[in-house]
Ligand binder design. Structure first.
Ligand code: DAH
Length: 365
């Protein structure tokens, strides 16, 4: 009865010998001890305790042994697997603890650090001043109009009675968009918004338009190829130059304080007739004893912008009946106004984006 079990494959039982099981246990415990991270331990768990690990395979083979051998093998493999499993649990806990300790150090936030030393910047003074200017006019019932900075040549020039031979149309002053035959420019002034407004709405028109304009100017303390203007346009019945003067005096006082009024000097703009340069009473010397004044260089007056009565040719080009309506228009430099108001001496400060410049205006909203 007790012949050798010839059905049993002796190659399969080899791993169940005591020294083999011990070797598997040792290999597993060494690998567990050497696992330096949770990721490594995950791999070690697969290799030494997973379904295809040597000890798991050995355990599966126990079932194929004769009863007596099965018990012995079970007593070897079971404790070995138990030891590996305990070692894994312990190492897992140790590595987790280590991981947490490291995160606590690495990701620590020093809550005692000052939180209020980050420069937050400020709105750009050109923006705040543009809004303030618009407010002056909105308070009188005007509306704010806008137009694109990339503008059709016709609106930038022709509609405003700037004929093809006008000096302002030469390549020198104007940035042309490629390809040149499309006749598209970067607007050289905010005046095309006048044309756009008249073409899209009926009088009465009372609009103000602050915006960016472009010219092929040098970049120095008083020039920049990009700068800002504010345009004003009124078209209504019975509008005269007196309305223009009153409006600009109010605008000047709103910008520079009571008593700062304007004077008109005869000038020429193709889109207005008559036209005038607008001067401000020097807000430093107020025109009194101005010989010593460095701001107005003894003039008592400071140049501020241009204005006039809307040329009937412009009204006609934009579809407004010149027999029924008249209008006035003006255009001022916003950057120039900012420089006057705040004693900015170099125009480049306005465009260079240095936060130390903007921050000085930080409290303006
Ligand atoms: N567009 C003119 C310029 O850029 C400024 C100007 C002058 C605007 C007279 C006007 C105006 O509306 O009436 O130099």
């Amino acid at each position: 009865m007790s012949g050798p079990n010839t059905d049993y494959d002796p190659v399969e039982v080899t791993p169940l010998k005591a020294e083999q099981v011990e070797a598997m246990r040792e290999a597993a415990l060494t690998a567990i001890a050497q696992a330096g991270s949770l990721d490594q331990l995950k791999q070690v768990r697969l290799d030494h305790a997973g379904d295809r690990s040597p000890l798991a395979l050995a355990n599966r083979e126990i079932r194929a042994l004769p009863p007596q051998a099965r018990k012995e093998a079970g007593q070897r493999v079971g404790p070995a697997r138990g030891a590996v499993s305990r070692a894994l649990t312990e190492r897992q806990a140790a590595l987790e603890e280590e991981h947490e300790a490291r995160i606590l150090v690495e990701e620590a936030v020093d809550v005692t650090l000052p939180w209020d030393r980050l420069p937050v910047g400020a709105r750009h003074p050109v923006t705040t001043l543009s809004e303030r200017i618009a407010d002056v006019f909105v308070a009188m019932g005007w509306e704010v109009a806008e137009g694109p900075v990339v503008e059709a040549e016709w609106l930038n020039f022709d509609a405003l009675n700037l004929g093809p031979d006008h000096p302002a149309r030469t390549m020198q002053d104007t940035f042309w968009m490629d390809p040149a035959e499309n006749r598209v420019v970067l607007r050289t002034h905010t005046s095309p918004v006048q044309a756009r407004t008249m073409l899209t709405r009926r009088p009465p028109i009372y609009v103000v338009c602050p915006g960016r304009v472009f010219r092929t100017d040098p970049y120095d303390a008083t020039h920049s190829p990009v700068f800002h203007q504010v345009e004003g346009l009124v078209v209504d019945e019975g509008i005269t130059m007196a309305h223009l003067k009153g409006t600009l005096d109010h605008f000047a006082a709103s910008m520079f304080g009571d008593g700062i009024t304007t004077r008109f000097r005869p000038s020429y703009f193709p889109f207005t007739e008559p036209s005038a340069e607008v001067d401000l009473i020097c807000f430093v010397c107020r025109g009194v004893d101005s010989e010593e004044c460095r701001t107005c260089r003894g003039e008592g007056w400071i140049e501020w912008g241009g204005c006039g009565v809307v040329n009937p040719r412009v009204l006609v080009a934009c579809g407004v009946d010149p027999d029924r309506y008249t209008g006035f228009a003006f255009g001022m430099g916003i950057d120039r106004t900012l420089m006057f108001r705040h004693g900015v001496e170099d125009l480049r400060d306005v465009f260079e984006g240095d936060v130390r410049f903007t921050s000085a205006f930080g409290t303006e909203i």
